[in-house]
Each structure stands twice: as C-alpha cells, then as structure tokens.
Ligand binder design. Structure first.
Ligand SMILES: C[S@@+](CC[C@H](N)C(=O)[O-])C[C@H]1O[C@@H](n2cnc3c(N)ncnc32)[C@H](O)[C@@H]1O
Length: 399
C-alpha cells in the first residue's frame, strides 16, 4: 500500500502531501519497529560527550596495554589481529550465536552444532578472551550481549556485517592494501577486477549481504538522527544513497509529519520495502537528485568517494535545492565518522582504512575538509553535531 515508486527520474518531485499521518503500524507495513535497545544495546541515548569520553578512555587503556610489550610481541599481535575477524566469521558460520542462547556445557553445544568438541572448545576459549562468550564457574558457556547481537534473527541486524566482512572478495582485498598507494589506487578493483559498486552489481548475493550490513547502521542512525536533529519544521526528507530505506523508515516512524524520498541505485532501490510516506527513486545521485525536499541526508555516502567525486555529488545535491519553495530553508546533512587532524584510536580510523581498501579514493574527512568541500559546491558548513554513534552530523546550507 501507498508505495509511490519513481524510476530513473530523480529530477521529478515525488511524494504528494497526505491529508493525514498514517499510524505507526501502517508506516511499517507490518514490520516490527525496532528500538534503541535492539539496535544499540542501550535504553537511552547517552550524550555524545559521554561516548566521546568513553572512547578516549578506551584508547588510553589500549595504549597502556600496548606500551609494555616488546616490539616483536606488538608486531605479532598486530598481525594476528586479523584472527578476530576470522573467529567472528567462524563463530557465526558454525552457528554459535544461534545455538548458545542459555548456559550450555561444551558437550551439549558440540552435539547441537555437530562439530568436534575440542575444536569448538578452542574457538570458544578465544571468544571468551575477547568477551564475546562467557564461561561460568560450572564450566558452562553463556552468551554475552555481543553474542546475542550476532544472532541471525536479532532485530539489530548486525550479523550481516560479519557476513559482509567474511566475504571472499573482502578478505582478498585486505591483502592488497598496498595496491592503493598510488593516488588513483583501488585495492578492491585490483583484487576483484572491478570497482566496489560495479562488482556488487554483478554479484547479487554479495550485494544483498552488503545492503543488509548497511541496514544495521541505517537503523541506528535513523534512531539517533530522529532524536538529535531538529525535525519540527521539516516536511520532506531525501536520503541520498539510503540503501534499502532502513534509516528513512525509522525516521518517518519517529516523525509522522515527515515524508521521505529514498534515492538509490536501481539494483538497491528495487529491494526497498513498501513503506507509506516513502517514495523510492531509482537513479544515480551523480546525475540528479530529487528536487522539492527541505532536508537531504548523505549518511556514510561521501566517504565512499574521492574528493573529486564527493565534490560532484555535493554539487548534484546543491543543484536540487530550491530557494523559493514554501517551507523551511533547505539543508544538507552529511553524517560521517568523526575525524580529527590528529589520528585517534577510534572507529573512524578503522573505517578510513576500510574506505581506502574498498574504494578508489574514499576517505573519512575532518570538519575543515567538509567545510572546504561544502564551499566548493556552493554550500556553507553551518554547524556540526556530535552524535553518540561517534559520527558527526555536518549541517550544510546554501551559501
Ligand atoms: C556506504 S553505503 C551507505 C548506505 C546508507 N546511507 C547507510 O548509512 O547505511 C553507500 C550507498 O550509496 C549507494 N550509492 C552508490 N553509488 C550511488 C549513486 N551513484 N547514486 C545513488 N546511490 C549510490 C550505494 O548503493 C549504497 O547503498
């Protein structure tokens, strides 16, 4: 019901005004609304200052932990760090998160999973040290909240990230980071023969896994942006490169006066759910962005692109802003990992290297770099809001 789907015509003005706001249930068309606890494991959002301070504390403790270790140990620990990824992938493939839902002894778990008892024990010992699994004083294994978040049916959907990162193409590309050292280097293309989004297009199963991983972050940012940005005057929001619409759906649910427009590549747009008040536009954001919205979101999109392409994208968004439309003045909200000139031991330093690895020139950017990009596209960085996800929301307005 209520789906208004436009195809390959991003310059149209999709979505008409509705007389009445549909109910939450109608919004979700039967999908269960997810809350903060299911998506982030917290019942209320901490202030961004608290998550920032926690992050700095964790970084300090990590420095303390590393400092006394002699160089060879630090080298080996660095190299073996890849085993975290491998162990998470193995745990999920074997089915540990789905089987270990209550305190269970090793024998029962091995039988339930149909695996060798001793091999399972070694994997679980590793997982215990990492804090993904707990062993109680009776020698039974118990899930931790991390393991619960990895269940296949967990509403947060974070398991998809394990499935994405464990893909052959990602693992191969991780071994080719040095292929990205030239200014136009693209390790992913060097490893697979095609740039990331082109490769996904010809590998639909892996595309679906990537989209599902993006959905987990999209739900989280939907909940965060719904609470931390001011939506009172907003009426129509366009999520540029918004995946299968998880962010937009979450946002529309929280703010019933909003209409949403999802702009995505055709192969992703085709899988967007049928959600009331959300129109889906299949198109290319470099070519055109739907006009007529007061808020344009670019969440974890610019970091996929080089400065040159990020400039093209922002220019394309800028061209769609209307100055004389009724309603609030238009704004463009760019959400990306918080990055400072001095490198910090945080998520953003990881996603920066991940973008280095998976894309041709994608990167995380500092506030000053966003201000520069915005200015070159005819926009002004009005303010930056720290988010509890440790990302920043940069609010850009026309100059
Ligand atoms: C890193 S994902 C971010 C998805 C989502 N915004 C989020 O935060 O979860 C980048 C998205 O941009 C989309 N994308 C890539 N090129 C695009 C283009 N030329 N036009 C529109 N969307 C594009 C991809 O399909 C993908 O869903």
């Amino acid at each position: 019901m209520g789906r208004r789907r436009a195809t390959t015509n991003a310059s149209t003005n999709p979505g008409s005004g509705r007389a009445e706001a549909p109910s939450l249930r109608a919004d979700l068309n039967g999908q269960r609304p997810v809350g903060l606890r299911e998506v982030m494991g917290v019942s209320t959002l901490p202030p961004a200052a608290v998550t920032g301070a926690t992050q700095r504390l964790r970084a300090g403790l990590a420095r303390l932990r590393r400092a006394p270790a002699p160089p060879p140990v630090r080298i080996l620990e660095g190299l073996f760090g890849t085993l975290d990824l491998a162990a998470l992938v193995a745990l999920c493939r074997v089915g540990v998160p789905d089987q270990l839902t209550e305190p269970t002894d090793l024998d029962a778990l091995a039988v339930g999973l149909a695996v060798d008892r001793d091999r399972l024990h070694r994997l679980l010992r590793y997982a215990t040290v990492r804090g993904w699994v707990r062993e109680d004083r009776h020698g039974r294994f118990r899930p931790t909240p991390v393991l619960e978040f990895l269940r296949i049916d967990h509403p947060g959907g974070w398991r998809a990230w394990v499935e994405f990162m464990g893909g052959e193409e990602v693992l191969t590309t991780l071994g080719r980071i040095d292929d990205g050292m030239a200014a136009d280097g693209d390790p992913f293309a060097a490893a697979t023969g095609a740039p990331f989004f082109d490769w996904l297009r010809s590998n639909p199963d892996r595309h679906a896994t990537f989209d599902a991983a993006m959905e987990a972050g999209g739900r989280m940012h939907g909940l965060i942006l719904a609470r931390r940005l001011d939506w009172r005057a907003a009426r129509r929001v366009c999520d540029v490169g918004g995946g299968r619409g998880a962010l937009l759906t979450t946002l529309l649910t929280a703010h019933p006066q909003l209409e949403g427009v999802l702009l995505e590549l055709p192969e992703v747009a085709a899988h967007a759910p049928d959600v009331d008040r959300m129109s889906v536009v299949a198109g290319d954001a470099f070519e055109a962005v739907p006009a007529g919205c007061d808020t344009y979101l670019l969440v974890n999109v610019l970091h996929d692109w080089s400065d040159h392409d990020a400039h093209r994208l922002l220019t394309s968004v800028r061209a769609s802003l209307s100055h004389d439309a009724p309603g609030p003045p238009p704004r463009v909200i760019v959400v990306e990992g918080r990055t400072t000139r001095r490198p910090q031991d945080d998520l953003s330093i990881l996603t920066d290297l991940l973008m280095f690895t998976l894309t041709a020139g994608g990167r995380e950017r500092t506030r000053a770099e966003f201000a520069e990009l915005a200015a070159a596209a005819g926009l002004r960085l009005d303010r930056t809001i720290h988010l509890p996800s440790t990302a920043d929301a940069h609010v850009l307005i026309p100059r």
